[in-house]
Structures are given as C-alpha cells and as structure tokens.
Ligand binder design. Structure first.
Ligand code: DX5
Ligand code: ZN
Length: 231
C-alpha cells in the first residue's frame, strides 16, 4: 500500500433523506466526506429509477462545492453526458456495456470539461481498461450488482481491486480507484489494502445516521477514517 495515497470517502446520496438532500450533503461533507457520489438510474440499464441533471444542478445551487461524482447507470450514455457537465458534475462514469462506442463516450466526457470514469460490474473483466487507460481518470469497481443500495459486498472484488491497482500503477497515470457497494466500517480497510483509494458508502453513512442521531455523520466517517489510517 502506497502510504502517500490520499483516501476519499464518497457518500452515495441514494441512501440520503431526499426530502432534505441539501442539508444531508452539507452535513456529510462537514463530517469529513470528500466527494458526493450521485447514482443515476434509468429503469432500463438497471431496474431502478433515480435522478438526473436537475438534482445535480440543485446541489450546486445549494452551495455544494465539493466534487460531484456522477455514476451513470443509464443506456445509452452519450445524450446525457453534456447535460451532467452543464449541471456541475466533476467526474462522470459509465458502464462499458451501456455505450456502443466507449472511446467516444470517454472523450465526450473530457471534452465536456469533466473527468472520465469507467465502471466495471462484478462479472465484467477489466479488458476495456487496458485499451482505454489513457482516456480514464477514475476506475470504479462495483462490489455489488448495480441498481440498489444496501446490498452485501462481493468478496471477489478484493482480487479485482488488486488487478486494477496494478494496471493503474503500471500506467503511471493519476487515476482514482473507487469501490462501490456494501462498503462500510468493517471492510473499508481491506478494500484499501487491495488498492482502492475512493470509497462509496450509501447506507453505511446515511442509513446508520438516520437510525441513530440524524445530525451525526461524524462518528461513521471518523470510524472509516480510523480504519483507513490502520490499513
Ligand atoms: C448501486 C450504487 C451504489 C449504492 C451503494 O448501484 O451504485 O452507489 O448506492 O450503496 P450501499 O453503500 O448502500 O451499498
Ligand atoms: Zn454508485
């Protein structure tokens, strides 16, 4: 593990209280979160439906200045990319299965002024990454099947994280390695040891906080930081 790597915690707003979203995001950031993970689902590529560019723009208007990490689970992807860029996205990631022309979609994201990410489902090999690593700023490994929060972490992800970490390090490029799904205090350190540097957590952050003290995100995020410090 490279001791110099900076860890980012990325709360997924999928698990937030959407009726109080601006406040939820501000509190998570105040508690030490680094970037805001934004799950976009279309009831086509995945069997669930969430939110689009207007909500992204609303967070910016609300005063959120932290990076917005837009995870597209939509098909096709190209039509909606410029809209998210316009709405204030920082990173835009998509699943290779959802684009007919992966290189074109990656270039479109960068040409729109955002950083580009590729997302790999549990059964999707990393082959595309080998060919497209020059066009990528973020690699997101799904540790659950996409579509829903609150699922259980798939342990085979650790091995895949090691594989992705090696590809990234061998490339010498500055690429974030993000893990998404079922991440919490109990497994974040192992994910870090396997090579992840960016950790999406939905229910672990928002779910836990809502069940106990709705104002307290500090204890969950502090516990995650504590685990990472020992990773
Ligand atoms: C699943 C989403 C995840 C999800 C993670 O399709 O990509 O970002 O919100 O939620 P938890 O942390 O609850 O597994
Ligand atoms: Zn996600």
């Amino acid at each position: 593990m490279n001791a110099k790597r900076e860890y980012w915690i990325a709360p997924s707003i999928l698990a937030a209280d959407l009726a109080r979203l601006g406040e939820e995001v501000r509190r998570a950031l105040a508690a030490g979160a680094d970037i805001v993970h934004f799950d976009v689902m279309d009831n086509h590529y995945v069997p669930n439906l969430t939110f689009g560019p207007p909500l992204c723009a609303a967070l910016r208007k609300h005063g959120v200045t932290a990076p917005l990490d837009v995870h597209l689970m939509v098909k096709p992807v190209d039509r909606i990319i410029p809209d998210f860029a316009e709405a204030g996205a920082s990173y835009i990631s998509f699943h290779p299965e959802a684009s007919e022309h992966i290189d074109r979609s990656l270039r479109l994201i960068r040409d729109s002024g955002c950083r580009a990410g590729l997302v790999f489902n549990p059964a999707t090999p990393l082959d595309v990454l080998r060919h497209e690593i020059e066009q990528v700023d973020l690699v997101l490994l799904m540790s659950v099947n996409p579509g829903f929060g609150g699922q259980k972490f798939i342990p085979a992800t650790y091995e895949k994280l090691r594989e992705a970490r090696k590809l990234i390090d061998d490339s010498g490029r500055d690429i974030r390695l993000e893990v998404d799904g079922g991440v919490g205090v109990d497994n974040i350190a192992e994910a870090a040891r396997a090579g992840a540097d960016t950790f999406v957590a939905g229910s672990a952050i928002f779910g836990a906080a809502q069940k106990s003290d709705p104002n307290d995100y500090d204890s969950v995020i502090a516990a995650m930081r504590g685990q990472l410090a020992r990773a």
